[in-house]
Design a protein around this ligand. Structure first.
Ligand SMILES: [Zn+2]
Length: 290
């Protein structure tokens, strides 16, 4: 219950984070400087369209994206507010995207599933990894949402998420791993697989097949999985999931072969699946080889 609640709240945070990072990205740089330079001396709201006003990523109250009415706590209860308001803004009656409750539910699902399906017994060292993964998953969820909506993996979410993933993994290796040298080696190889394969594809195609963001995303997923075998499995799974998703759209002509598709969400989804369920699959596969 506690984890579900936490996940819902972090899902809610993801919605706000994604929207605020987007607002910053599309606002003119001059305004951005004025705002971050001195919060107190903030720009007079009457001079400027209010969308250019809500700049700070972590502070400041949330507002309706349509009428910009500041939201009060009863508007911000994850999922329930949306259901209670029947998906409409309390103030302007404009429909609120179903993205909001869906992302909140996704956050709760990740938190609960990660705890229940964590592949190893959760003792001291595994706690470090689990907490680091939950924190990382919040960043990854934000990246997935952002990539789905705008086909970009923004650095402002990507690098903090990388710090969470890599920091947790390094702390685990330094303080808890039995064979530190081997763990470091596997981590390095894992990142090399998860990121390097995309780097090669990026170089060969000069950026046509794969986005630069996917290379940097590989640094995160490689650190999370910390095993070259799992990183291979993750990429394989992402390709399968992505293909299964695209085929019906190609058939119904909602998509053409040349149109760009975000690959990030598939990589992120399959990283979560590989982390929680990858071990038995890899064991089964290695037994086939021997
Ligand atoms: Zn509104």
């Amino acid at each position: 219950m506690l984890l579900a609640g936490l996940g819902l709240c972090f899902g809610s945070f993801v919605n706000a984070l994604v929207w605020r990072v987007r607002q910053q990205a599309i606002s003119p740089p001059s305004l951005r400087l004025r705002w971050t330079g001195n919060k107190q001396k903030a720009i007079n709201s009457k001079d400027l369209p209010i969308t250019h006003f809500q700049f700070s990523i972590l502070s400041g109250r949330s507002q309706c994206v349509n009428c910009h009415h500041l939201l009060v706590s009863k508007d911000l209860v994850p999922v329930l507010s949306w259901l209670f308001l029947r998906g409409r803004c309390r103030y302007c009656q404009k429909p609120i995207s179903v993205q909001y409750p869906l992302v909140e539910i996704a956050g709760a699902t990740v938190f609960v599933a990660s705890y229940y399906f964590w592949p190893l017994h959760i003792a001291a060292g595994q706690w470090v990894l689990l907490v680091s993964w939950l924190a990382t998953s919040v960043g990854l969820l934000a990246l997935a949402v952002y990539d789905l909506r705008w086909m970009i993996l923004p650095s402002r979410i990507l690098y903090p998420t990388l710090a969470l993933a890599l920091g947790g993994r390094l702390a685990y290796i330094l303080f808890f791993a039995q064979d530190k040298a081997r763990s470091f080696w596997l981590l390095g190889l894992s990142v090399l697989v998860a990121s390097g394969i995309f780097w090669v594809l990026f170089m060969i195609s000069s950026g046509r097949w794969i986005g630069y963001g996917d290379i940097r995303l590989g640094l995160i997923t490689g650190s999370v999985l910390a095993s070259p075998a799992k990183s291979f499995l993750m990429i394989f799974l992402a390709s399968v999931l992505g293909t299964l998703f695209v085929i019906p759209r190609l058939i119904t002509k909602r998509q053409s072969f040349s149109s760009k598709l975000p690959y990030g969400p598939w990589l992120i989804l399959s990283t979560a699946l590989t982390l929680l369920f990858g071990e038995p699959i890899i064991d089964w596969y290695t037994q086939l080889l021997i």
